[in-house]
Design a binder for this molecule. Structure first.
Ligand SMILES: [Zn+2]
Length: 374
């Protein structure tokens, strides 16, 4: 199945961005290329049998949101775009720290700057902050990881990330948050995340039948989701997997404007119906967690509403490929849900082939474990 799809040349009449490893016809963007590079270097570091390898592995398996992990990974490799680094590349950027006008290195931003040091001292991570002894930030990170247990190190990482977030808010938007507020927000952020994780695990236990399932032999399961974004507009996510649970392709897009939930879900479905066309996928199972939409799609309605028209178009596209629609529980649709909230550029469809985007890697393997346990 996957082979068949790979063999198909892609005509990108639309504003597609294709991320295809070793691809000659797919476009390669710096951002996505970087992501792939990140994954590869991660994997390489992870397989080193040394204690160093163990350190990276530990870093990568931390129970913090993926964005914090990514940040920490860049931090650990000393590649964050601090003032000293970006000013070397462009005159548009200043090398100065937004808080004190000193030259901003990674060491300055997280350790030496008086602003940061006041925040550390007010936090529960003051002792870990004090572990810094004039070496590099990476050495400091390793010391903190050694001394702190998992929980404490997670707190440290999240606060580190908040410092970076605040630094960006100050630099790019001129927004300043009170120092004690930053400590507070970091704590609430992590507490929320932990609580959510616990709830999610509990729900998964209770709802074994709601898990993601592999499609029958020869078919492709296509999960779709739409999400209303905090910053306005909607995000659409699609993930395709084959009978083995192997990743086939994924796509995400963000659209500006206001939409009803139904309309947003319908747009997500339309996007994947087009994708199914474009990649010649046969017998797709089009799964959505929006029940109203499944009704709209399966009944022979002649509704002239916008959603009605869209649904007829979707049905036509899916019928051509002998596909069917299916309603799934929210829990079975998590990978598409994550993608719908991925930070892609506005109005530009991003397609991942061959390997899943890093934000859903965990979810795809969790789905497979769950599917195998049924
Ligand atoms: Zn400073």
């Amino acid at each position: 199945m996957v082979q068949a799809i790979r063999a198909i040349p892609i005509r990108s009449g639309e504003a597609d961005e294709l991320i295809w490893q070793h691809s000659s016809n797919g476009e390669y963007t710096v951002k996505e290329g970087y992501r792939v590079w990140l994954e590869q270097s991660m994997a390489q570091k992870g397989v080193q049998g040394s204690s160093e390898g163990g350190f990276w592995k530990k870093l990568w398996s931390m129970k913090v949101p993926p964005k914090v992990r990514h940040f920490l990974w860049k931090f650990a490799n000393d590649i964050l775009p601090t003032g000293d680094r970006v000013s070397r590349k462009s005159d548009r950027w200043s090398e100065k720290c937004p808080f004190c006008d000193d030259r901003e290195t990674q060491l300055h931003a997280f350790v030496e700057c008086a602003w940061g040091s006041r925040i550390w001292r007010q936090s529960q991570c003051a002792d870990l902050y004090m572990l810094h002894d004039g070496g590099t930030t990476v050495e400091w990170l390793k010391k903190a990881r050694e001394k702190a247990g998992e929980d404490w190190f997670e707190e440290w990482s999240v606060l580190l990330w908040f410092l970076w977030k605040e630094r960006n808010a100050q630099l790019f938007n001129g927004l300043k948050t009170a120092e004690e507020e930053i400590v507070q927000r970091a704590k609430i952020f992590l507490d929320d995340y932990r609580e959510h994780q616990e709830r999610r695990i509990a729900t998964q236990r209770e709802t074994g039948d709601r898990k993601w399932r592999k499609p029958p032999t020869g078919r492709v399961m296509v999960n779709t989701d739409a999400g209303i974004l905090q910053e306005g507009g909607i995000g659409l996510g699609v993930v395709m997997r084959d009978e083995n649970g192997s990743f086939v392709l994924a796509t995400a897009k963000r659209v500006k404007g206001e939409f009803t939930v139904e309309m947003a879900e319908a747009l997500a479905l339309e996007m994947r119906a087009q994708l199914v066309q474009q990649f010649h996928v046969q017998n797709p199972i089009m799964a959505t967690d929006c029940l109203q939409l499944v009704h709209l799609l399966t009944e022979t309605s002649s509704s002239r509403s916008e959603v009605g028209v869209l649904c007829r178009n979707i049905r036509r596209l899916v019928d051509e490929r002998q596909g069917s629609f299916s309603h799934v529980y929210r829990e079975a649709n998590e990978a598409a849900h994550i993608l719908a909230h991925a930070r892609t550029r506005w109005d530009e469809r991003v397609v991942w082939l061959d390997r899943p985007p890093i934000c859903i890697v965990d979810q795809v393997s969790m789905d497979n474990v769950a599917a195998d346990s049924i």
